[in-house]
Each structure stands twice: as structure tokens, then as C-alpha cells.
Design a protein around this ligand. Structure first.
Ligand code: AMP
Length: 418
């Protein structure tokens, strides 16, 4: 890959369909991101791909552009209930965003696309699939519901994309994924993207991909390097007041606040709103409509602060997040990288501030091992707790509270251990 990494080509030099180039120009994109520069030529050639990249690297366009290009070059009308391309994603938010990206990049190509996910009526999803589509974006559970009922037929799907595969495995989707794949032709192009490569992903990739090209973008280091990080040691009962103080700063133009639990997310959003800082919470207990409204308000700027649990935040793609606040430290070191990566997107700088209470001191240590650096400590605030800073307390064991499954939950399971 060294021949492409020295000089970044333009999209035009990647020989993409002119209609795609027009759509890209309309988005204001001229230069491919590193994952796009590496993946697009491979995918245009029809190869399978194993992509190690997380959200924020431009991976969605990295797979959509070449797929759109190839479908436009070889149009095949999908039979009723069939899809030419199946894209599997872990959450409805990510699935919806991919569907919107297909609409944006494919706007001049007249491709049909639809998205199916759980939590809403299947009526419109079934109707959209009845005539067949070029692109189907789906979460695995609902996909299997609909194939089981005979509303979706995967027999004509010749391109499969698994996006955020590690997250899908954590959510227990490995069986539905394998069941879906078993319904597809073996003669297909398969792409698998994952932010991390635990053994379970390597096994899945080995069984699904054929002679894949591997492209690896390591944003943890580069992204982390662009983010101004700090940690504030404080006691649990002061965290809310401290957060309110921090969020008030005029430098905070758009902030994401992370909590470990849904109830804390609600509590924090309510407290901020009551204190005159309108905030919305987004988590798995909210209805699809509530989640969409909260996200739309955050994107439009009507709501400056979005409070989220780790799972709900995955794949949320909002630019210009000036600050990430870890109201609760994450109990999984990699979640820290995912969380703070919500800021400093698309080459911008960002700030990430973590509030660390005594009981979570050991989690911070695990995070520092994973990112390979110490998080600078900020003591110049009214709620500093020296006891928290010096605490050697073992953290409480988390029982998979974040839906991450027992296989990865644990503060000591840093990257180096796997
Ligand atoms: P993703 O990693 O797919 O979630 O994309 C991260 C963000 O980068 C999204 O807001 C994209 O719209 C944006 N983006 C994707 N490709 C490019 C590009 N070549 N130049 C600038 N921004 C891009």
C-alpha cells in the first residue's frame, strides 16, 4: 500500500463514476481520507476487504463509493424482495446514517435503497422491500425477522458489508449474521469493517472473506493525538455540579456527555436542562422517534448537549462536537477511544474532559495503558478530590451493564491483553 500513502490521489484520480464525483463535490469532499484512498481501488477491483477502522475515518464512503460505482457500471434490477447489496450495522442510528449516505452519494445514480431495523413497525419496511432494492441496510435482528417471514430474500445479494463488526458481536449478533450469510450466494464480494480485531472477529472474517485485502487505519493514536484530553478527579456527589459548571463555558459549542447507565443519562440531561442548559438523553430505552428527534435537535444545534450511553452513541456522526465529557469513566478502555473520537472529527481539534471518582481510578489506569499515554490531570477547579487522585481502590465489577457482553467487560482488558 506504500505507493498510495505517499501521495494522496484525488477522487477523480481514483477513476470514480463522474456522477459520484459530482455528488462528492456537492458534499465538499475532494480528497479521499486514508481509508478511502486505500480501500476504493481494492473494492473497485472486486476484492474482499478486511477494514480496521472506526467511525470518523470516512469508512462509510470508503465502501459506498466503489459499490455505487460498480452497480452503476453493471446495473442489475433486483427481483422482488431481494437486494443487490446488504449492509449490516449494529444499531438503528448507524443503519439510518448509512442509508442517508447512500442517498447523498448516490443522488445522481437513481439507486433504490431502504433501511430496516427493529423497534418500529415492519409495515413500511416490508412494502419497501416488496419490489426489490439495490441497497438494503439492516440491523441483524430485524433482518432475520423479515427473512423468516418471507418478506426479504437474500438469494440475489452479491455484495455484503458488515459494518462495526466488533460491535455487532458484542451485541450477540454473531448467530443472526451467520444465518443471514448462509442465505446468500457464496459467490459474492464481502467487506468487513471493525474498529478492533479481537479473536472472535478474526474468526468471523476468516470464515466469511475470501483472500481479503487488509487495510488498517489506526485512528486511536492519530485521533487521540489531536484531542486535548484532561481528567478531573472528583467525588461522585460533586460530578453533576462540576459538569454543569463545565458545560456553561462559552467554548462549549456542541457537547456529548457519556454515562454508564441509561438512568444516569436521564438524570444528567434533566439536571442540565433544569439548570438552563437544554440537553437531550439518547439511549436504548428511548423510542425510535425520541432518539431521532434528539439527534436531529443536536445536529441542527437546537440542543447543545447530548447525553448518551456508550451503545447509543455508536455510529452517531455529528461534526463540530467541540467537547466530550465523560460524566462516568468508561469501564472498557476501548470505549474511551470511541467516546473521545466523537470530537476532533474530519481533521478538527476537540477537547475531552473526564470526571473520575475514586472508585473508577483503576479504569483510568487501564485507559492510559490502552492509549499509551497519561491523561493530563486538571486540579484547578472547585471540586478537586485529592482522595480520588490518589485512590488505589479497585473498581466495582461491571456486569455487562452496557450491553457489551461478558466477554469484553472488565477494566483490565486493555488492548495489550488480547
Ligand atoms: P465515517 O467514518 O464514515 O463516519 O465518516 C466521518 C465523517 O467524515 C462524516 O461526516 C463524513 O461525511 C465525512 N467524510 C467522509 N469522507 C470525507 C472526505 N473525503 N473528506 C471530508 N470529509 C469526509
Amino acid at each position: 500500500m506504500s505507493h498510495i500513502s505517499t501521495v494522496t490521489p484525488t477522487f477523480a484520480e481514483l477513476a470514480l463514476n463522474p456522477k459520484l464525483l459530482e455528488a462528492l463535490a456537492q458534499q465538499g469532499y475532494t480528497t479521499p481520507t486514508p481509508i478511502q484512498a486505500q480501500a476504493i481501488p481494492v473494492l473497485l477491483g472486486g476484492r474482499d476487504l478486511l477494514g480496521l477502522a472506526q467511525t470518523g475515518t470516512g469508512k462509510t464512503a470508503a465502501f459506498l463509493l466503489p459499490i455505487l460505482h460498480r452497480l452503476a457500471a453493471n446495473p442489475r434490477p433486483a427481483p422482488p424482495r431481494c437486494a443487490n447489496v446488504l449492509i449490516l450495522a449494529p444499531t438503528r442510528e448507524l443503519a439510518s446514517q448509512i442509508d442517508q449516505s447512500i442517498a447523498a452519494y448516490g443522488q445522481n445514480l437513481g439507486m433504490s435503497h431502504t433501511v430496516v431495523f427493529g423497534g418500529v413497525s415492519q409495515f413500511h419496511q416490508v412494502r419497501a422491500m416488496s419490489r426489490g432494492v439495490d441497497f438494503l441496510v439492516a440491523t441483524p435482528g430485524r433482518l432475520l425477522d423479515l427473512t423468516g417471514q418471507g418478506h426479504i430474500d437474500l438469494g440475489a445479494t452479491h455484495i455484503l458489508v458488515l459494518d462495526e463488526a466488533d460491535q455487532m458481536l458484542d451485541m450477540g449478533f454473531v448467530k443472526p449474521i451467520r444465518q443471514a450469510v448462509a442465505m446468500m450466494p457464496t459467490d459474492r464480494q464481502t467487506l468487513l469493517f471493525s474498529a478492533t480485531m479481537p479473536p472472535a472477529i478474526a474468526t468471523l472474517a476468516a470464515s466469511l472473506l475470501r483472500n481479503p485485502e487488509r487495510v488498517e487505519i489506526t485512528p486511536p493514536a492519530t485521533t487521540v493525538a489531536r484531542i486535548g484530553q484532561s481528567v478531573m478527579f472528583t467525588d461522585a456527589q460533586n460530578k453533576l455540579t462540576l459538569l454543569q459548571m463545565l458545560v456553561k463555558s462559552k467554548d462549549v459549542t456542541r457537547a456529548m456527555v457519556f454515562t454508564l447507565t441509561k438512568s444516569t443519562a436521564n438524570k444528567v440531561a434533566d439536571a442540565l436542562t433544569a439548570a438552563g442548559q437544554p440537553a437531550e438523553a439518547i439511549h436504548g430505552n428511548k423510542s425510535q422517534g425520541q432518539r431521532e428527534r434528539a439527534l436531529a435537535g443536536f445536529k441542527s444545534g437546537a440542543v447543545r448537549v447530548l447525553v448518551a450511553t456508550d451503545l447509543a452513541s455508536r455510529g452517531i456522526d455529528v461534526d463540530d462536537v467541540s467537547h466530550v465529557f465523560n460524566f462516568d469513566m468508561p469501564n472498557i478502555a476501548e470505549s474511551y477511544v470511541h467516546r473521545i473520537g466523537r470530537t476532533a472529527r474530519a481533521g478538527r481539534d476537540g477537547l475531552a474532559v473526564s470526571l473520575c471518582e475514586p472508585e473508577h481510578r483503576a479504569w483510568l489506569a487501564a485507559i492510559e495503558r490502552t492509549i499509551g499515554q497519561k491523561v493530563p490531570v486538571m486540579m484547578d477547579h472547585p471540586y478537586h478530590s485529592e482522595a480520588a487522585r490518589l485512590s488505589t481502590m479497585k473498581p466495582p465489577v461491571m456486569g455487562g451493564g452496557g450491553n457489551r457482553g461478558g466477554n469484553r467487560g472488565g477494566p483490565s482488558q486493555g488492548r495489550g491483553r488480547r
